[in-house]
Design a protein around this ligand. Sequence first.
Ligand SMILES: NC(=O)C1=CN([C@@H]2O[C@H](COP(=O)(O)OP(=O)(O)OC[C@H]3O[C@@H](n4cnc5c(N)ncnc54)[C@H](OP(=O)(O)O)[C@@H]3O)[C@@H](O)[C@H]2O)C=CC1
Ligand SMILES: N[C@@H](CCC(=O)OP(=O)(O)O)C(=O)O
Length: 431
Amino acid sequence: MNAQVANKAGKTSPEEVLNYMRERGERARGAARHVARADTGTKNAALFALAQLLLDERKAILAANAEDMRAGRAAKLDAAMLERLELNDARIDAMADGVRQVAALPDPIGEMTDMKLRPSGIQVGRMRVPLGVVGIIYESRPNVTADAASLCLKSGNAAILRGGSEAMNSNQAIARCIQRALRDAGLPEDAVQVLTITDRSAVGAMVSMPEYIDVVIPRGGKGLVAAVSNGARVPVIKHLDGVCHVFIDADADLDKAIPICVNAKTQRYGTCNTMETLLVDAPIADRVLPKLAQIYREAGVELRGCERTRRLVSEARPATDADWSEEYLAPVLAVKIVDGLDAAIDHISRYGSAHTDAIVTENYTRARRFLREVDSSSVMVNASTRFADGYEYGLGAEIGISTDKFHARGPVGLEGLTSQKWVVLGDGNVR
Ligand SMILES: NC(=O)C1=CN([C@@H]2O[C@H](COP(=O)(O)OP(=O)(O)OC[C@H]3O[C@@H](n4cnc5c(N)ncnc54)[C@H](OP(=O)(O)O)[C@@H]3O)[C@@H](O)[C@H]2O)C=CC1
Ligand SMILES: N[C@@H](CCC(=O)OP(=O)(O)O)C(=O)O
């Protein structure tokens, strides 16, 4: 087991956790074969059943969530975390709607593409197949349980889900709906398992079982990543923090720059694609920063600025070096005046997290340079970083936003949960 992973609860022995995880892994491996060969109708039947059960069991889910919220408030969780943890009628409706939307997506499994007739007479192409058993570790946001379960199921994978410990009651209430939906559709309940232990060493166990788990997706902050990546024996696709930037270039149109910067910061504070640092080109700073500062002030956003920023915006607090790499997930914004595109790109590559970064400019050449040279999973011109999202990109839904470069990068939808194998069709051909 990964020794770096902390035992948060400290109540279960490492052997007990490992045995529990092995048993879960074995069951998932067995179920994966059934889900992989399930036809689209069966998978969709399970998804429609789940959507309906989420609505039918609304009272029970909300009661479980109220328990989590009570415990969360008693534990003095911060406002952003409580906001993500909370369920209400609208969020349950949205969760059911999200599951139905996944059902409506085309089934990627079994699709054959690129068939070519070779001179030898064989036909060679590719077939899209599930990854197998996917382990997902995610934050205390209960709707992710339904999202992750439905995406894994539709892409023909079995899933082991380890949500944040603060959401345990909500997740278990949703898990009961998932189990029933799978059963009703004739699929094995073990196809989606929501872990019932909060022990963090379960996370270490997940990345130490390549015989049972094919890929692990950690979705969270730096601590999770350090714990998961260290000594992992299972491939990991990291969905990490977002230290996202907007750079307002000297040739920006302020009628675009101001709404973009307001949206990127204030539309939702707690998400990974929210802007955390604003970079402003020196020649335009005195025209844009005072206006933006006023809007942020009215929205209650605290500004932390470099020296030059503070000369234009008196209320900005001095930014320290730590601010440039901080993911606030809160109404706080770091602001820096830079000298041109190169300085902006240097800053982003030094302090960013390779998640999502945007330039606001009417200058075609600089826009193209930004797109090519900023090495992040999404790069944008004249658009808010908040668009980095599976629904917004037309993927239908997302399991998260990969900050890794291999297999899947940026918002990951159904296709990111599959791979392609080679298919050869012959008619008695020999080499
Ligand atoms: N790129 C993406 O797709 C997304 C990224 N995020 C990022 O997630 C973060 C916010 O969520 P937050 O809940 O604070 O994230 P955390 O990283 O604190 O927690 C996420 C999950 O990881 C577990 N975890 C954390 N540290 C460890 C560890 N050392 N060992 C084992 N398990 C661990 C948590 O378990 P436990 O319950 O025990 O704390 C929880 O299940 C932000 O950085 C945000 O950007 C969020 C959503 C999507
Ligand atoms: N793609 C999502 C953000 C990713 C996400 O789920 O973040 P979080 O709200 O931190 O769990 C969105 O645009 O709202």
